[in-house]
Design a protein around this ligand. Structure first.
Ligand code: NAD
Ligand code: DAU
Length: 351
């Protein structure tokens, strides 16, 4: 059945994988990618599908009320998959208001536009909000996992802004009956990951023999999921998720940061033809992130049992594919790291 779906943030890391999956898997759908093209948005990510007849790009800001309302007038939208956000915790510490603006106000603006356009005729309509496991706070007990009913306890400006947006999505469901679904996912990795984030930053710095900045003692734990498996989960939840429900998505794949850095060193040194462990000397312990959450770990049982999703690749396979992708696409990372990002990097790390 034909549908018009607005995907926000489709030029970013995860959004580009979601756009590609929907454009290629559903030729009958019209996929409208709305993106502001901030430092994190890059149309290069979508070069391979940009001329498909069912793909449309709209350049704009989710906070711009007239622009967003105009999109609902221009297209008979059946669904919204909302990924546009400021997504980097470190940036939220230096500029929290940018996160309030995009993540809170932008989300409310989209909700309002959908409510006003759909006017209570919700048959076949869906507003899907893509959120994060960081809204649940941090875990200390190794036996504990985040489940869908875990209380919210956001601890960074980023996670507080995402938690706030989640609350607004639920408020629009409860108050106006807007058909919504939310997912909260763990850390993603894969092709097109912006090099301010741990895995691509380490890959890039190992290649360039630059210091590898490990925050604090490197003991913080993250649960890593291959980005294409997140995109598959979004597809399944968008189509089959229960109205008003929340689904946790995770890789069941916990790594201490320092162990992950050693693993990346092993993979990269092998691929670069370096003696084993050569890049270990690049590890540099730096001042910890303020308010650094200790551990995130997702229990994705609900998604697996109710909707039949499971990750399609192991971490070894996904990481190998990721490293291969960066080796085939150094120009992608060089285009990003040569301009504004270089200034950010230098002010952030002073290494
Ligand atoms: P990203 O930073 O790579 O991309 C964000 C995209 O949103 C960019 O293309 C950017 O240009 C666009 N954007 C930003 N502000 C905008 C605005 N005001 N109007 C329109 N477009 C705007 O982010 P990502 O890592 O791909 O994350 C996507 C979503 O998934 C976010 O909502 C994030 O909170 C969530 N999430 C991310 C992860 C992760 O590990 N990266 C995990 C769980 C959830
Ligand atoms: O859990 C999901 C979240 O994962 C998403 O909602 C966020 O959008 C996404 O950015 C990610 O947040 P993290 O803060 O966990 O990811 P990041 O890659 O920034 O950091 C991963 C871990 O590595 C974290 O414990 C901080 C640490 N780190 C990070 C960087 C960039 C370092 O030790 N050194 C670094 O240089």
């Amino acid at each position: 059945m034909s549908k018009h779906i607005l995907i926000t943030g489709g030029a970013g890391f995860i959004g580009s994988h979601v756009v590609r999956l929907f454009v290629t898997r559903y030729p009958d759908y019209k996929i409208i990618n709305l993106d502001k093209l901030t430092y994190a948005g890059n149309l290069e990510n979508l070069k391979d599908i940009e001329s498909r007849p069912n793909y449309i790009f709209e350049h704009g800001d989710i906070v711009d009320e007239a622009f967003v309302n105009g999109l609902f007038e221009k297209y008979p939208l059946d669904g919204v998959i909302h990924l546009a956000a400021e997504s980097h915790v470190d940036r939220s510490i230096t500029d929290p208001m940018a996160f309030v603006r995009t993540n809170v106000m932008g989300t409310c603006n989209l909700l309002n536009a959908a409510k006003n356009a759909w006017k209570g005729n919700y048959e076949g309509k869906r507003f899907y909000h893509v959120s994060t496991d960081e809204v649940y706070g941090e875990l200390h007990n190794p036996q504990e996992f985040f489940v869908e009913t875990t209380s919210y306890d956001p601890r960074s400006p980023y996670s507080a802004s995402k938690a706030s947006s989640d609350h607004f999505v639920r408020a629009y469901h409860n108050t106006y009956g807007l058909p919504v679904v939310i997912s909260n996912c763990s850390n993603n990795y894969g092709p097109n990951h912006f090099p301010e984030k741990l895995i691509p930053l380490m890959i890039n710095n190992i290649r360039n023999k630059k210091p590898l900045p490990v925050y604090g003692k490197g003991e913080n734990v993250r649960d890593w999921l291959f980005v294409k498996d997140h995109a598959r989960a979004i597809d399944i939840i968008f189509h089959d998720g229960k109205n008003g429900d929340t689904y946790n998505i995770g890789g069941n794949n916990e790594w201490k940061n320092i162990d992950l850095v050693h693993l990346l060193i092993r993979l990269m040194d092998k691929k670069l033809g370096n003696p084993e462990g050569e890049s270990t000397r690049l590890i540099t312990y730096v001042t910890d992130r303020a308010g650094h959450d200790l551990r995130y770990a997702i229990d994705a049982t609900k998604l697996m049992t109710e909707l039949g999703w499971s990750p399609s690749v192991t971490f070894e396979e996904g990481l190998a594919q990721t490293v291969d992708w960066y080796f085939d696409n150094w120009d992608w990372i060089e285009n990003i790291t040569s301009g504004e990002y270089q200034k950010y990097y230098e002010s952030m790390y002073k290494l």
